[in-house]
Write a protein that binds this ligand. Structure first.
Ligand code: ZN
Length: 320
């Protein structure tokens, strides 16, 4: 099933934010997916869930005492005291702190797809995948690490013990790598651009070491070089070096797609055909092992990335 709630739409322009993470990608998918395959959002995450991953200090700041500044840092709305090109507060019709409910709903959906996947093998959230968030701060358009929050809650509820995270977003899942570094129960695979943000982007000095922590299976890609072969090899490594997990989250980034419009995701440019192969390889790899699959969208920028999501959902989520 595909989890969606209108409250998950970020509606960035209403806040004066002009990052190209457009709700269009979700709206276009909704136009083409029959209603019967959608399911409403029913779960809700709490501050206690968030604090299994993030520091209490950061949660207090983000949720209560300094929401606006925590979000300004997260969405890169200021650089060295200047407004960045992403932020036009004069165009905003709502205060930044009103983004919080949508952030919570996205994280709640990420938890819900995990729970549903355990019950019925696979589920897809039309949102989520905030893989850059660090325990002590939000960054890279990611205020909280929804997938880590979901996994820790599923563990706390004893619904799972072990998990894999397969992250195919163009950017390295550096928040995930930091959170689950050396964790034998949760193994992360990240296939990402070798060059570019965050690995050699504009990073605050105190983060340089943190972004270098490798995913447990870390696959940096130079341009498009042997993308699918490298992915397949990484998956085999995942299978051979760990036990079959109770669940796998897939951070289903569409930003490796050649039509993605974010300047910082241009170092991998896969055709739609290759992206379809990527998704099929992962889906079949997990299905063959009967591992529950929980999907979140990750990054995907501009007007055409919906094609990536739509073709995947058509192929694997709209057939009974
Ligand atoms: Zn990305």
């Amino acid at each position: 099933m595909i989890v969606f709630d209108e409250g998950m739409l970020m509606q960035f322009p209403q806040f004066g934010i002009e990052i190209p993470l457009a709700d269009t990608r979700v709206l276009k998918v909704l136009e083409h997916i029959p209603q019967e395959f959608l399911t409403p959002l029913q779960e809700e995450i709490t501050q206690a869930d968030i604090e299994r991953v993030h520091t209490h200090e950061y949660c207090e700041r983000l949720l209560h005492s300094d929401t606006e500044n925590a979000l300004i840092t997260t969405y890169e709305l200021m650089f060295e005291g200047q407004n960045s090109h992403y932020f036009h507060p004069e165009k905003a019709s709502k205060p930044l702190k009103e983004l919080l409910p949508a952030i919570f709903k996205n994280a709640s959906a990420s938890y819900q797809v995990g729970k549903m996947a355990i019950e019925c093998q696979k589920a897809y959230a039309l949102g989520g995948g905030m893989h850059h968030a660090f325990p002590h701060r939000g960054r890279g358009f990611c205020p909280i690490h929804d997938v880590a929050i979901a996994l820790r809650r599923l563990q706390a509820e004893e619904k799972i013990k072990t998990a894999w995270i397969i992250d195919v977003d163009a950017h390295k899942g550096d928040g995930t790598a930091l959170i689950f570094h050396n964790n034998p129960q949760i193994i992360d695979l990240s296939i990402h651009m070798k060059r570019g943000w965050p690995l050699n982007g504009q990073i605050p000095q105190d983060e340089l070491e943190l972004v270098q922590i490798p995913a447990q299976i870390d696959i940096p890609i130079e341009e498009n070089e042997n993308y699918l072969e490298n992915l397949s090899r990484g998956l085999e490594q995942l299978r051979s070096q760990s036990q079959k997990p109770d669940i796998c989250y897939i951070i289903h980034g569409a930003d490796p797609f050649i039509e993605d419009e974010l300047p910082s995701s241009q170092n991998i440019q896969l055709s739609l055909e290759d992206i379809k192969k990527r998704d099929e390889i992962i889906h079949n790899f997990l299905q063959i092992q009967s591992i529950p699959q929980a999907y979140v969208m990750g990054g995907g920028y501009g007007q055409k990335v919906y094609q990536v999501y739509l073709s995947f959902l058509h192929q694997f989520f709209t057939k009974n």
